[in-house]
Design a protein around this ligand. Structure first.
Ligand code: ATP
Ligand code: MG
Length: 257
């Protein structure tokens, strides 16, 4: 059997259209995501990125077309699909550890062990008993990632998870996320506004256009971009994506291409 035949599709999106009342938000989106792949999705604000990821996660339904995860339509949120949002959404009255534990299956026998394992994975083993207000933004977001991973999802959906963080913390978090992606062997779909982040993390970068949201182009990213942020390959890749991103869009005056 050739390598190509061994690739398994975990998400299959076919001719997806989404309307809110009579407003079309997504127009004929088709995309396959392979098991273990890291996909970045970029697009202007309001182009339908969150709607797309919410449909994949079963938080929203398609108007037309199909979205299959492991061959089935997702009708409701499930533990097999993890979610990380821009804000951490931790419950303020629970500690970091309790915030993770509360999401686990009630029949889980080793809940405490799992909480410890995933806090350790995100480097927060010493903060199990800290409350969200005692954590920095980056730390709280790491707890949110640990919480999503603790249920051993097949897919992790990340909707601008680092949008609220400062630039340095953001770079650290990107490195950590990449490490987790490699160690956990999990499929990740990341929504971001940040082309740097999209290229550094994604094996493919999906560029969307707005009103209604369509896939403009999909870029395969050279593996070098995943460890060499300053080289020519990275700069050239970013350039190509910038040009596609702004092609036929109204340009802010700072960008002239
Ligand atoms: N539940 C809803 N009901 C009505 N309209 C909605 C709903 N959710 C999203 N929309 C509309 O759909 C469009 C796309 O929204 P969406 O949140 O998917 O965009 P986005 O690309 O994630 O934007 P951003 O980058 O700002 O997060 C917007 O015009 C928004 O107002
Ligand atoms: Mg959004």
């Amino acid at each position: 059997m050739s390598g190509v035949e061994n690739i398994k599709r975990i998400v299959e999106i076919r001719n997806l259209n989404k309307y809110f009342r009579d407003m079309q938000v997504l127009d004929n989106i088709s995309l396959n995501v392979n098991e273990g792949e890291f996909i970045s999705v970029i697009g202007a604000s309001g182009c339908g990125k969150s709607t797309l990821i919410r449909i994949i996660g079963g938080l929203e339904t398609a108007s037309v077309g199909t979205v299959l995860v492991k061959g089935k339509t997702v009708k409701n949120p499930t533990r097999k699909i993890g979610y990380v949002f821009q804000d951490h959404r931790l419950l303020p009255w629970l500690t970091a550890g309790e915030n993770i534990k509360i999401t686990l299956d009630e029949n889980e026998k080793d809940a405490d062990g799992i909480v410890k394992k995933y806090l350790e994975l995100v480097g927060l083993e010493k903060f199990e008993n800290a409350y969200p207000t005692q954590l920095s933004g980056g730390m709280a977001q790491r707890v949110a990632i640990a919480r999503a991973l603790a249920n051993k999802p097949d897919i992790l959906l990340l909707d601008e998870p680092f949008g609220a963080l400062d630039a340095i913390t953001r770079i650290n978090m990107q490195q950590e996320l990449q490490k987790i992606w490699k160690s956990e062997n999990i499929t990740m779909i990341l929504i971001t506004h940040d082309i740097d982040e999209a290229v550094y993390l994604g094996q493919r970068v999906v560029v969307m256009s707005s009103r209604p949201g369509r896939i403009k182009d999909i870029f395969d990213i050279e593996p070098e971009c995943h460890y060499q942020r300053t080289g020519q390959v990275f700069a050239h890749t970013k350039d190509k994506i910038y040009q596609e991103f702004f092609k036929n869009e109204e340009l802010p005056f700072a960008y002239s291409i």
